[in-house]
Design a protein around this ligand. Sequence first.
Ligand code: BGC
Length: 389
Amino acid sequence: MKVSLSAAFIALSLGSTSVLAATLASRAACTTAVKLTGNAFSGRTLKAHSIYAAEVNAAVAALTDKSLATKAAKLASVGTFFWLDKISTIAKLDGLIKETSCNEILGIVIYDLPGRDCAAKASNGELAVGSLATYKTQYIDPIRKIIAANPNTALALVIEPDSLPNLVTNSNLTTCQQSADGYRQGVAYALQQLNLPNVVMYLDAGHGGWLGWDANLTPGAQELARAYTAAGKPAQLKGFSTNVAGWNAWIKIPGEFDVPPDGQFNKAQDENRYVNLFGAALASAGMPNHAIVDTGRNAVQGLRLAWGDWCNVNGAGFGVRPTSNTGNSLADAFVWVKPGGESDGTSDPSAARFDSFCGLADAFQPAPEAGTWNQAYFEMLVRNAVPSF
Ligand code: BGC
């Protein structure tokens, strides 16, 4: 901010318009409507938005370790998705769009399905099973309206993390059975309504340790493809998101869980292989198959006791910064979806949303409610970042 202002001041005082014009251009929305084709991340930077920056800045202010504070401050300029995790957060969307420049893409997570987080407790949402009409009219419709009113800004949407993967592997749970219809119809509605030219969408596909099992690849791809078809095959759905809020490495050979039975029946031993395997399954099922991969917290491996351990993994570090330079033509970008420092779930066993995964021996404790800032966890992520800050 300071740099831009002084650049503008110099330009004005020199009577030169070119520097000023360039400065303003890099801070403003595009002057014409954005039509996203191909890899939308190529040539655009994932927006480092003000809400995450404010969390980071508050965390930095609380640090007495000066060298750690200097590193932590850099997080404010790393692109990170913003989660629309309840209806009231939609009020922030227009402001976030307005601060996004023409050379940037704003990352937004769509996350408010009725009966949300059906196989766990930590992220149960505000909408009860059966509230599909509310999801459509009070959640998706207003989001569509705001995005449609801002056609000159690029947005990337991750659609409903964990929802369809839960229907594939957790259909034995009553909660997931009850949520199934609402998930399928809600996701299809989101894909249909948010199919705007300035938007690219990626439907969540869990991670390699989830739908990557031999037996899960085809049913998983078919479940996602059904939503795509039900939505009328929206052109702006580019494929799938993986490792959202996850811990898997992009490339690790042999894989962290490359021992029987995981290694025997699951070839998706890292997210690179998962993108290829699930991408092929999606192509067979008739759905676009490009991917974005969350590398926000995957710097350190060998921390989890089991592949499925998902809550506040202890010892984690910030991973590779967002980039479209992935080395895999199916992977459009590495992105940071989970805002590092925000909790995955409370470790307080007496809390209503306590999930036992957040009390496991490999989970960082104490931890506050999902989405709430955990200063000590953030500091650990900074310390363990690879590449380091
Ligand atoms: C929480 C959301 C939060 C998101 C990002 C999820 O686990 O349920 O409330 O916005 O994480 O931190």
